[in-house]
Ligand binder design. Structure first.
Ligand code: ATP
Length: 311
């Protein structure tokens, strides 16, 4: 399948901060890929490299077989950054016409607005739009040039449920017609609603690249929290943290862990079990990637685990 965007060992540094660390990734024609990661993971930086807004410090990035810095190549893509400031006094129709005028084969204005639930607002000034309507307009503009590939950086931030659905419908319609999309989100649920493939990034690195289903299973870990002086070796612990006088264990199998804990006879109290947050799951994925096995390692936190768990 044709590769539309490719990063090979791409790194990006901002002063002392290594925002991307040797990332290799292919986005193929017709894919809808979700880029999932916590704040500061490097998602926007990666989109900026693909869209030609920044250059990698090392490694290479290709867009449609050419350089992302080439304006002709960039005409075949659409981008909605995280923050967009649209002129308040312009009308919706004028803004769409302005964006479309930059492209040889612009999308039909009314069709574009209808696709994002903005029909009937052609003559409305941007200053008179609701927050959700503005965000949808900003996302719609990424599609104004009838692009082959669209990058959406947290497209639904700040949208209510209805506006989010309208936006998802617009993105889906583009994808169903053969379009390719890379979108970022903090939420697996959002990516699950749209994408087939999810790339998990953390601390500038690709931690996982798989189907949504496989990632859901991986991050479907639980957090077992308790008070104890010390713990024996326990099975299936993929992250340990001590805070507020409690021990927190991240595990894919809380039943097995608690059974082993009880059988060990070690005194404990205040047992709580809840689904892990995405951040906790990321820590678990990171730990699993860098350690040989989590099957036999006990819960008595090694210094290394402790350090990472507090990172
Ligand atoms: N222009 C910049 N100058 C300095 N540091 C930057 C710059 N842009 C990003 N960074 C840093 O690079 C790292 C990655 O940032 P990036 O915005 O790519 O992450 P992100 O995953 O998009 O985060 P968020 O979900 O919060 O948008 C962060 O530590 C950030 O502070």
């Amino acid at each position: 399948m044709t590769v539309l965007a490719r990063a090979v060992e791409a790194s990006r540094r901002y002063g002392d901060v290594l925002a991307l660390d040797r990332v290799s990734l292919d986005i193929r024609a017709g894919e809808l890929v979700g880029l999932l990661g916590p704040n500061g993971a490097g998602k926007s930086t990666l989109i900026n490299l693909f869209a030609g807004l920044r250059r990698p410090t090392s490694g290479t990035v290709e867009l449609l077989g050419g350089s992302p810095a080439d304006p002709v190549t960039r005409r075949a893509i659409g981008v909605t950054p995280q923050e967009t400031g649209l002129p308040e006094s312009l009308r919706v129709g004028e803004i769409v016409a302005f964006a479309a005028a930059h492209y040889p084969r612009p999308a039909d204005r009314d069709e574009l607005l209808a696709r994002f639930g903005l029909d009937g607002l052609v003559r409305r000034q941007v200053g008179g739009l609701s927050g959700g309507q503005r965000r949808r307009l900003a996302v719609a503009l990424a599609f104004a040039g009838d692009p082959r590939l669209v990058f959406l950086d947290e497209p639904t931030t700040g949208l209510d449920v209805e506006a989010r659905r309208a936006l998802w419908d617009g993105v889906r319609a583009f994808h169903e017609a053969g379009g390719t999309v890379l979108l970022t989100s903090h939420y697996l649920e959002e990516i699950e609603a749209l994408a087939e493939r999810v790339v998990v990034v953390g601390e500038g690195r690709v931690l996982a690249d798989d189907t949504v289903r496989a990632i859901r299973e991986t991050v479907g870990v639980r957090r077992v929290s308790l008070v104890a002086d010390d713990l024996p070796e326990l099975p299936g612990v993929s992250g340990v943290e001590r805070s507020d006088g409690r021990i927190h264990l991240v595990t894919p199998d809380s039943d097995r862990l608690v059974t082993a804990l009880v059988l060990s006879g070690v005194p404990f109290s205040g047992l709580e079990i809840r689904p892990a947050t995405l951040e906790e799951a990321f820590l678990a994925i990171t730990a699993r990637r860098t350690e040989p096995s989590d099957e036999t390692r006990g819960a008595g936190p090694s210094d290394e685990t402790k350090e990472r768990s507090h990172a």
